[in-house]
Write a new protein. Sequence first.
Length: 243
Amino acid sequence: MEEDMRERHAARIQGELLPGLDVVSVKSWEPVQVRRAPQGWKTLGCGNYAAVFAYPGDSRLAVKVYAPGRDGWEAERQVYRLLGEHPAYGRCFASGEHGGKRWLLLRRLHGKTLYDCLLQGVPIPEQAIRDVDAALDYAVSRGLRPHDVHGKNVMVQDGRGIVIDVSDFLKQESCEMWSDLKRAYRYAYKPLLGRKPFPVPGWAMDGLRSAYRRIRRRSKEQPCRDVLDETKAPPDGGAVSKP
Ligand SMILES: Nc1ncnc2c1ncn2[C@@H]1O[C@H](COP(=O)(O)OP(=O)(O)OP(=O)(O)O)[C@@H](O)[C@H]1O
């Protein structure tokens, strides 16, 4: 993206979206809440750190705004810089901090998360699983450590797999989530739903998720997202606008 376009988008985000936006994190282990957003800025989704909005007038773009007090913004910018351009990842075109609010301008993804595919009975093709495998190998080749790759962080778009949340890829500890998910795909999804997918009820999905969390003994409070030394990141397009 050209520099002047980045600046125009940054001006719009900081002049139009952020002043009328109220995103809060009430409990660190629950999705953030969008209490108020300016007209025309539709919420696409909320994670435990940030909310993501459609960019009005350009369906190729989305804006992710971190809730005050939630870290991860710096790490996410760095990971996108290290990843560069790859078909199985999003892209960060610009980022900034304004009035205490931290934002990223991202490539908008139009697929469905694996979680939503299960809820809605939409088939999950093997190709998508292979794409994510290849994408994670690529991340390792860029010096990153894939982390927190689960059913809500992977999308299927036009039959291909895309990793949508890379903010934990700087963490040093290993994470088994993707291996576990692949095992579940191979030994449960393929035999039971592979031929004729049907919607899995929400209560069953929630039950499976909490059973998995118990088994893995994941703590509810999430630790900080680590940040690499800036000097180790190669330069690229993620322009940062001044507060
Ligand atoms: N580039 C994108 N295009 C479209 N929708 C997106 C995009 N990025 C994120 N979303 C939507 O916003 C939701 C929250 O985004 P994301 O998972 O990145 O937030 P987070 O707070 O970092 O998440 P987590 O709790 O997993 O750490 C996603 O589940 C997805 O529905």
